[in-house]
Write a protein that binds this ligand. Structure first.
Ligand SMILES: Cc1cc2nc3c(=O)[nH]c(=O)nc-3n(C[C@H](O)[C@H](O)[C@H](O)COP(=O)(O)O)c2cc1C
Length: 370
């Protein structure tokens, strides 16, 4: 597929997950193959213009981290425009505008999903950004503010007229937060609303089969995966293969999971420094452990690490403990193997409840208090 002037290597995208989809994560996933395009975590346009060190860390990139979109949030047209120019100067392939975030900090300044409520104002802001840069500008939205205000199709149409290069749509409303299941018909309505720009569907895709189903059921041009990439960083490679050949590759074995876990950890240490990196990695490692089979002692231990030595010791002790559940080849005995992943919208009655939503902490409670 194409996005603006770019011919992409696949139609698979990594969704931004603030606090997770940093440079170490993006490099780790890209190296595994199949991923065409990644986006930074959301960055406050004003903080970027002020060269706030946290904002600059969020947009840090590397030659292998390409193509890359920087995602901005904000509601002041001049700031969004100037921040877009800054992204272009920093070498980003594209700028993405966050119109979907439901969190108070973002909505209260008129950014995120608040932008879905005022179409004219939003269109004017986007027009200003597009006029100021040569790189493509895209928008990421939800289906609307709530079930009574499903503005995504209208907004997508308006944005296409202003010149955005693509629309990313998470198939939930702001009011829904992260509850319920993605609404594939809602995504389809956005696909049908635009004339020619690609619409990329998003939400709850945790398996290659689910990605294929989303493409077929909605007609979207591409699929963007967030939390599913944490369950399975190989999901892009496996999905690209499925879409190309019809063959579903097996999930990687334990040795491969461990190899990639180590690489991901090392990148954290390099990027954030050893101690800070080790601390931050405490919330990443449990994701890998979800597909390890029995792993309770590992999960308890890994959230205490402060250094490379702590990490290595935690892994080594876990390997000795885990051996009791394995055959001579080091693979788990059948009864200990984790249940297969099933995306929420693909689940049949009776399927194991393994799509644990709370695994990546999402904001909880009534959306108005986030
Ligand atoms: C912890 C967390 C952080 C997120 N941060 C962002 C963000 O910075 N920008 C954004 O557009 N969406 C953000 N999202 C939404 C995701 O990009 C995505 O739309 C949503 O999680 C649904 O896709 P998934 O089921 O594949 O994760 C975030 C979601 C979560 C759970």
């Amino acid at each position: 597929m194409r996005l603006g002037p770019f011919e992409l290597s696949s139609n698979l995208f990594l969704s931004p997950l603030a606090g997770y989809t940093n440079l170490p994560m993006r490099l780790t996933v890209r190296e595994l193959g199949g991923l065409a395009w990644a986006t930074t975590d959301l960055v406050n346009a004003r903080s970027l213009l002020e060269r706030n060190p946290t904002a600059l860390k969020l947009v840090a990139s590397a030659p292998q981290d390409r193509p890359l979109a920087i995602q901005l949030f904000g509601s002041v047209p001049e700031e969004m425009r100037d921040a877009a120019v800054m992204c272009q100067e920093m070498g980003a392939e594209s700028v993405d505008i966050n119109m979907g975030c439901p969190v108070k900090k973002v909505v209260k300044i008129g950014g995120g999903s608040a932008m879905m409520t005022e179409l004219d104002k939003t269109a004017a802001l986007v027009r200003g950004m597009i006029a100021a840069v040569k790189i493509p500008v895209t928008a990421k939205m939800r289906l609307g503010w709530d079930d009574d205000n499903l503005t995504a199709p209208d907004l997508a149409r308006v944005l296409e007229d202003t010149g955005v290069a693509a629309i990313f749509v998470h198939g939930r409303t702001r009011a829904q937060g992260f509850s319920g299941t993605v609404n594939l018909r809602g995504i389809r309505a956005v696909v049908e609303a635009v004339k020619s720009i690609p619409v990329i569907g998003n939400g709850d895709v945790t398996t290659p089969t689910a990605a294929k189903h989303m493409l077929e059921a909605t007609g979207c041009a591409g699929v963007s995966i967030g939390r599913g990439a944490f369950y399975d960083p190989w999901i892009f490679r496996r999905t690209a293969h499925l879409l190309k050949t019809g063959e579903l590759l097996p999930e990687p074995d334990f040795a491969e999971r461990l190899r990639v876990l180590r690489r991901h950890f090392e990148r954290y240490c390099e990027f954030y420094g050893e101690e800070h990196g080790a601390r931050l990695f405490r919330k990443v490692a449990p994701w890998y452990a979800k597909r390890f089979g029995p792993s309770k002692p590992f999960k308890q231990r890994i959230i205490t690490i402060r250094s490379r030595a702590d990490f290595d010791a935690a892994v080594a002790d876990y390997l000795s403990w885990r051996a009791q559940f394995c055959d001579e080849g080091g693979e788990l005995l059948g009864k200990y193997a984790p249940a297969p992943l099933v995306a929420s919208f693909m689940r049949e009655p009776g399927d194991a409840e393994i799509y644990a939503r709370e695994s990546i902490p999402v904001p909880k409670g009534p959306v108005d208090v986030w």
